[in-house]
Design a protein around this ligand. Structure first.
Ligand code: ZN
Length: 203
């Protein structure tokens, strides 16, 4: 399986990092070794001094597809989850400054925590639900999928023009505003509505 992440999909977050609003989705990938599951702790890596949290709604692909048209995109996923796109912001800034790719800041081990999944039937509208990240019982990031620049269906259609999607692939759909650093000892809890999706610690 592979993990595909969308960058700059919420206007407020795009602005907080001083990036232009994209005209097409921006995507990058993380390897399978980035997954962190079952509420296992995240061990703060030695190579960074500025690991940022990015709370993101995650789509699980349920059907093989390429060149998927937007109107058929809903047929390609059955479950929605919540995860974090951990980013080594210091390494990313230095790579960006040199015009280099920034995989090093995104693709490291356990940089993609993922919680449980909910069936699509749980949602009255997949493009209109609230999600949030709490750190040490304080709200740090809040979003609603109606704030996405590119909808889930547009993302699936766009990515599948370039990359075939396979069963079990995960798409992280971008983060709303409020990204910031995590520290050793932090407890991170993710919610979709009132439903707790993950709960793990930084060690
Ligand atoms: Zn992200």
């Amino acid at each position: 399986m592979k993990i595909i992440c969308i960058g700059r999909n919420y206007v407020d977050h795009t602005k907080e990092l001083n990036n232009p609003i994209p005209k097409k989705p921006v995507f990058f990938m993380k390897p399978e070794t980035s997954l962190l599951q079952k509420n296992n702790p995240f061990f703060y890596p030695e190579f960074s001094e500025d690991i940022h949290h990015e709370i993101e709604v995650v789509i699980k692909i349920s059907k093989v597809g390429k060149h998927i048209q937007k109107e058929f995109a809903p047929n390609y996923y059955e479950e929605i989850g919540l995860g974090i796109d951990f980013t080594a912001r210091d390494l990313q800034a230095s790579a960006k400054a040199k015009g280099l790719p920034w995989e090093i800041a995104k693709a490291f081990d356990h940089a993609a925590p993922i919680g449980k999944f909910l069936p699509k039937s749980h949602f009255t509208d997949v493009q209109n639900f609230d999600f949030e990240l709490m750190i040490n019982s304080e709200i740090r990031q809040q979003g609603n999928t109606n704030e996405m620049i590119f909808s889930i269906d547009e993302i699936i259609a766009y990515i599948s023009q370039f990359v075939s999607l396979k069963i079990g692939d995960l798409i992280y759909t971008g983060t709303p505003a409020g990204v910031g650093s995590v520290s050793i000892g932090d407890r991170l809890q993710g919610f979709i509505g009132d439903e707790e999706m993950f709960d793990f610690e930084v060690k």
